[in-house]
Design a protein around this ligand. Sequence first.
Ligand SMILES: [Zn+2]
Length: 135
Amino acid sequence: MVTEIVKFALENNVSVIGLEDLTGIRDATLKKVHKKRKHTHSSWAYRQLQTFIEYKAREAGILTHYIDPAYTSQTCIRCNHISKNNRNRLSFECEICGYQNNADLIGAMNIEHKTRDFRYILESQGSLSTAQTIA
Ligand SMILES: [Zn+2]
């Protein structure tokens, strides 16, 4: 799976892979470790996966960038309004503009946007020359 991600990135001239920074989540979950042992374990496994992706990507000359996931599933991708009222479990509905979508999808789209922003900064500094981003 990791090899396929890196292969896809190479084939599509992806220069930066955006990954969700779960450090905050992991710390928060550790405090509730007795209640949510399963979730802590899956966060840890996901972090291991990220480390592996980062390693394989670096071998291929691709950057990985960690995105702070705070508010990513509460931020409207249409009007940028941030509110926890935008999210109701798995569904997202912006309380300002009414935009609706799956909350996890909104989170992924916002992480992609943040990764693109990071790539633009690198490009403007002349640190990158290639064209696409995967998140
Ligand atoms: Zn909105």
